[in-house]
Design a protein around this ligand. Structure first.
Ligand SMILES: [Zn+2]
Length: 290
C-alpha cells in the first residue's frame, strides 16, 4: 500500500518538507489512515465505552487521548519512515482468501510462513496492535497511570486503521477496479466535508466487552472491515455516475452511498478500542484506577 497524507495535516507536512529540503534531510510522507479528524473522534468516543472507574479515568483524559490518536500518522511516520508506515495496514487478501483462516494469528508463525519481505509488503497492523496492547497492560500492571493515556491513544490509532476497509486489502486505492483515488476521497475528503455528521459518534458505540484473545479479536474486526470493501468501491462507482470530476456533486453522492458505512465503521472502531482498553485492565489484574 502506498502512502499519502491527511488533508488537514497537509499544511504541516508541506512546512516540514520545506524545512527538510532546506536542511537536506530525507522527508518521508506520513502514513495514511482515517483522516486526522476521524482519529480524534474515534479515540474520544472510545472513552465513553469503558465501565466504572476506568470510564472516569478515560473521560478525564479524553481530550488528550483524542489529540494523540494522530501521533502515528504525524510524529511516528516522520520519525521512522517506511518502518512505521507498514504498521498501518494489512492486505489480508495478499496472504490468504476470505475468510482468511489460514493466516497465522501469531506473528512468529506468520513470519515463518510468509517470510519477512512478504509480510512487510502485506503489512503488520495486527501485530502493531498486539505490541501496543502489551505496553498498555504492562503500564497498568505497574500502576504507571501517567503513561496509560498516551499508550491508549496510540493503540487507538491502529485499531481505527483496522476499521478502514481499504486498510485490509491489496486493492487499497481501488486501483484494481477502476476506482483509483477512492482511499483519500473516502477517509479524508468525504469526512472533512461532512464533519458535523460525525460528531455524535459516541451515540453509535456499544459498551466495551472483555476479550481474552486480543490478537484473535483484532483479526476478527479486520475481517469484518474487509467485508465492506466491495460496497465501498461500488459506492464510488455509483457516485461518479453522471458527474464530472471529484467536486461537490461527487462528494454529496459518495456521502449518500458511503457516509453511513464510514460512521458505523468508526463507531465500531471506538467500541473495539474500548474493549481492548478494558481487557488490558482486566489482564493487568484490575489495578486500582486513580
Ligand atoms: Zn494510520
Amino acid at each position: 500500500m502506498p502512502i499519502g497524507f491527511g488533508c488537514l495535516n497537509r499544511a504541516r507536512w508541506a512546512w516540514g518538507l520545506m524545512v527538510a529540503v532546506a536542511l537536506g534531510l530525507p522527508w518521508p510522507a506520513p502514513a495514511d489512515g482515517w483522516g486526522l479528524e476521524a482519529h480524534v473522534l474515534i479515540n474520544r468516543a472510545a472513552c465513553t465505552t469503558v465501565p466504572g472507574p476506568l470510564r472516569r479515568f478515560f473521560m478525564r483524559h479524553q481530550a488528550f487521548i483524542g489529540e494523540h490518536g494522530k501521533d502515528p500518522d504525524t510524529v511516528f511516520t516522520v520519525r521512522e519512515g517506511e518502518a512505521e508506515r507498514m504498521r498501518h495496514w494489512i492486505d489480508l487478501d495478499e496472504l490468504d482468501r476470505f475468510p482468511f483462516r489460514n493466516i497465522p494469528r501469531n506473528y512468529e508463525k506468520a513470519l515463518a510462513k510468509y517470510g519477512r519481505e512478504r509480510l512487510k509488503e502485506a503489512g503488520l497492523l495486527p501485530w502493531r496492535i498486539a505490541e501496543l496492547y502489551a505496553r498498555l497492560v504492562q503500564a497498568m500492571r505497574e500502576s504507571d497511570w501517567k503513561r496509560v493515556p498516551l499508550f491508549a491513544a496510540h493503540l487507538g490509532h491502529y485499531v481505527a486503521d483496522g476499521h478502514q476497509p481499504l486498510h485490509t486489502t491489496t486493492n487499497y486505492d481501488g486501483q484494481l477496479t477502476g476506482n483509483q483515488g477512492i482511499h483519500k476521497r473516502f477517509e479524508n475528503e468525504m469526512i472533512r466535508r461532512h464533519l458535523g455528521q460525525y460528531q455524535d459518534l459516541a451515540a453509535f458505540t456499544q459498551p466495551a466487552q472483555r476479550t481474552a484473545d486480543p490478537v484473535g479479536f483484532t483479526f476478527d474486526f479486520m475481517i469484518d472491515s474487509y467485508v465492506w470493501v466491495d460496497n465501498l468501491l461500488r459506492a464510488d462507482t455509483l457516485a461518479r455516475h453522471g458527474v464530472h470530476g471529484y467536486h461537490d456533486a461527487y462528494y454529496a453522492a459518495l456521502y449518500v452511498f458511503a457516509g453511513k458505512l464510514a460512521k458505523l465503521s468508526m463507531a465500531q472502531a471506538a467500541t473495539d478500542l474500548g474493549s481492548l482498553w478494558y481487557s488490558a485492565w482486566i489482564e493487568a489484574g484490575q489495578p486500582k484506577v486513580p
